[in-house]
Design a protein around this ligand. Structure first.
Ligand SMILES: Nc1ncnc2c1ncn2[C@@H]1O[C@H](COP(=O)(O)OP(=O)(O)OP(=O)(O)O)[C@@H](O)[C@H]1O
Length: 550
């Protein structure tokens, strides 16, 4: 399937997981229902035991045993529910992350120039975390808690209509109180976390700037700032602890007050006694139920909080999924015939990252197969931009950029990899082995090709001396700056490309190392078309053609 047809979006990710793991979803529904029902049974057993005791009957061992078994079963089902909710939540989060990853591959280069990198990182990390909380401790557990409350409420109604109504009346009040405390506690915790982050930042900052602080006599300023963050963190923690310590007693007091009111009303004669009166056993069962009804109430408060904070993340993730995708070519263009003559041609190209601010204006040049061409021009003239156009990352607003007679932005990624070798000022390492730095995980590049590329740039000896040779995990400390640049050239030529694009590749090197890189480059350039940006390369080689940009 063409990836553009995937129509990635959040709902699709969630539905995919629910469909794939329907058995888990079914199990979860069963466990929630069974768990709710089983948790209602122990107080009922207790009711019978107490009623038997108060009427002078012997308590059956089987009843006591059933009480224990149901308690244990309720605990097991509750754990199973947590496990299943976490499992399904994690599967959904993983699918969302995978889909986000698939989406990012489909975005055009312009997305990355318009968006701050930090925002995209935050989307993958923080927003997906918030989404994870939505499933782990949000919608699913809220459904379970709501069901639990309904079950307990129904049982209370069957035992005492009056108490049922009493609870119905105070539940909204207690819920409002719970939300009030939770919101304040959360705010205090957030303030505390941000103050701690400030404190943590202040220490390394002070150490880093120690000399400057002393030179400019800023000790008092730094101390005051540090104290302020400490004070904020202390006060916010105090607040959070206060809310935490006050909330539980309020809930315990409320449930005791409900019971007390029930007892008082039950002791009255007439209608009240009819409404509230019950056997001793029922009273014990009802007290147990009242004790249980506040936990799901508290949970629902937290779950609402998680759902609310996930809403903003969902919107950001959804809007990321809505980003326009680059149009991927569906067929491989035939480049072989044309590669013998004109390889690259720019014809009347006008391009700006913002169309109203053109970087290149009416630029035309042509490069033949096997030619070596150097682009020179003042800084900011658009030399690197030309490379981006040749690589098809952007399309010009006017004019054409053609590779072997075909529009550059119509080439497929795999064709580009076979066609272009691209070396920049520094190597962008990938997570993997030293060999992976050369192959970039391209399955089409054999081990032999990796070795040949390393040999050609003169790095084979160095790599073979590493503890695991090409399989040594990548670590920049293994190589010198020059050797890293040689590795970048090896990466560029590993797929045996026809065209080499070199962007200031010796800019960061000293003259000794530069000579090494130049030697490797000369070997790598044989039988290839080479387009480079560099004054120094041209000055040294004085070969090929020079094109001035700007
Ligand atoms: N991704 C981008 N988004 C917006 N503007 C950009 C982007 N990349 C470069 N520019 C702008 O385009 C202009 C040309 O940049 P480019 O990097 O192509 O110049 P250059 O000739 O290679 O410069 P240098 O020799 O300093 O590397 C500059 O004004 C730069 O600020």
């Amino acid at each position: 399937m063409n990836p553009t047809e995937l129509k990635l979006h959040l709902r699709r990710s969630v539905v995919t997981v629910l469909r794939q793991h329907w058995l888990l979803v079914l199990m979860l529904a069963g466990v929630i229902l069974a768990g709710t029902a089983v948790a209602l049974v122990p107080p009922l057993v207790l009711e019978r035991v107490i009623n038997q005791l108060t009427t002078g009957q012997a308590v059956l061992f089987s009843l006591a045993f059933a009480y224990f078994i149901f308690l244990a079963l309720a605990g097991i089902l509750e754990s199973l529910q947590t496990v299943l909710i976490t499992l399904i939540g994690q599967k959904i989060t993983r699918q969302v992350r995978q889909d986000l990853c698939a989406k990012i591959q489909l975005l055009p280069a312009s997305y990355f120039t318009q968006q701050q990198a930090g925002k995209t990182v935050s989307l993958f990390v923080n927003d997906v975390e918030a989404l994870s909380a939505l499933f782990d401790n949000g919608v699913l557990s809220m459904a379970a808690d709501a069901l639990k409350m309904i079950g307990i409420g129904a049982m209370i109604f069957t035992r005492s209509l009056g108490l049922g109504f009493l609870l119905l009346a105070i539940t909204p009040l207690l819920f409002a109180l719970t939300r009030h405390f939770q919101k304040r506690m959360l705010k205090a915790q957030q303030t505390h976390r941000s103050a701690i982050a400030q404190v943590n930042n202040a220490v390394p900052e002070t150490l880093r700037c120690l000399r400057m602080i002393r030179t400019f006599n800023k000790q008092n300023y730094m101390e005051d700032r540090y104290d302020k963050h400490l004070q904020t963190s202390y006060q916010s923690l105090e607040k959070a602890n206060f809310y935490d310590s006050v909330y539980s007693p309020i809930i315990v007091f409320s449930s005791s007050a409900v019971i007390a009111v029930m007892m008082v009303l039950a002791s009255l004669s007439g209608n009240m006694q009819q409404l509230f009166g019950m056997s001793v056993g029922s009273a014990v069962a009802v007290i147990a139920y009242v004790g249980k009804i506040f936990t799901p109430l508290e949970n629902i408060g937290m779950e609402i909080e998680n759902i609310q904070s996930a809403v903003a993340s969902i919107e950001r993730i959804e809007s990321f999924f809505q980003q326009p995708e680059r149009i991927l070519p569906t067929q491989q263009l035939d480049l072989s015939a044309a590669l013998t003559q004109s390889v690259l041609s720019l014809s009347h190209v006008t391009f700006g990252y913002q169309p109203e601010e053109p970087v290149l204006k009416d630029l035309s040049f042509c490069i033949n197969s096997g030619e070596t061409v150097t682009l020179i021009g003042r800084t900011g003239a658009g030399k690197s931009t030309i490379f981006r156009l040749i690589l098809g990352l952007y399309a010009p607003q006017q004019g054409t950029v053609e590779i072997a007679g075909q529009p550059a932005d119509q080439l497929s990624d795999s064709q580009k990899r076979r066609l272009f070798g691209y070396v920049e000022q520094t190597l962008h390492p990938a997570d993997g082995t030293v060999g992976d730095q050369i192959s970039l995980f391209d399955a089409a590049i054999t081990d032999q090709q990796i070795i040949e590329a390393a040999e050609l740039v003169g790095l084979a000896g160095v790599i073979e001396k590493l503890p695991q040779g090409y399989a040594t995990p990548w670590n920049p400390a293994l190589f010198s700056q020059g050797q890293i640049q040689l590795l970048a050239i090896a990466r560029a030529i590993a797929a045996n490309p026809r065209i080499l694009l070199l962007d200031e590749i010796t800019a960061n090197l000293d003259s000794g190392t530069e000579a090494l890189v130049m030697e490797a480059l000369q070997k790598a350039s044989a039988n290839r078309t080479v387009l480079s940006i560099s004054h120094r390369l041209y000055q040294q080689n004085k070969t090929g053609r020079l094109i001035t940009i700007g």
